[in-house]
Write a protein that binds this ligand. Sequence first.
Ligand SMILES: [Cu+2]
Length: 327
Amino acid sequence: MFLKKTNLFCGGLSLLMMVTMAGQAAAETATLTTAPNVPPPITRKGPATVKVNFEAKEYVGELDEGKKYHFWSFGGTVPGPMFRVRVGDTVEFHLKNPKSSSQPHNIDIHAVNGPGGGAAVNTVAPGETKIFKWKAQAAGLFIYHCAAGSIVDHISNGMYGLVLVEPEGGLAKVDKEYYVFESEFFTDEDEKVMSFDIQKGLAEHPDYVVFNGRSGALMGDNVLKAKVGDTVRIYFGNIGPNGISSFHIIGEIFDKVYTEGALNGTVNRGVQTTLVPSAGATIVEFKVEVPGAYTLVDHSIFRVAKGAIGQLVVEGKENPKIFKAGK
Ligand SMILES: [Cu+2]
């Protein structure tokens, strides 16, 4: 078969597509994005084989201002990368664990039909790479996480993220898409570089409940942005490991909620707060009509003090028909 190579660039990451002369995709490598960025929509009309390259990475990073933590991750960020496939695609998933790792790691992808969501066949010792293949059969937004060892420490240390399986024909076009992920951290808080405290995990007492891996990840210079009139779609995941999230945006109403992340045609409209279970996800959409700052929270409100807060800043003309001070 005669193949032509094209390079597409998005968010600084390349998508290498092998395209046949007929223009039909035969095989491609998935674009991976770091939260809050979302990979671009899939434009091809039929299924393809999609190669996904993941690497486990253990590192020390900031969990809060001046507070460091021993993270375990996919790709060196918490949450790990987001990738996007389509119903009917065959995914060739590569998981590498570098020699420098202290632990074997694996991945359980909730979009997989098969033992362990893949984890039964992909545990990689330090220095190993394993490949497994799966067919994306259900459209929706799915969690992935490491399930190696006792599981709890791998999940509590940051090994999770989201994959979107688009329905045939994709999702409706929107103006802005963001990737937001909630997780708890249980720490030995007095250590210089903090680690997982299993007793706090067992007691279900997190020290931190954060969006996108650290306190303030969606605040200050890192707020989400939109313009008046935009329709915003947020892909929201919650790992827990224990807590169920009451996801809410102060000052907005979700026009659409794809409940529990399923893209099966069921849509709730006009929702204030949506429940997202541990190791679950949701997709919300809303049109922003009034400029200002809108605050994302887990409305289990004491968690805001532990970090579960972020902002969407909307710029544009005032809209007094919808909102104004005074008469
Ligand atoms: Cu792991």
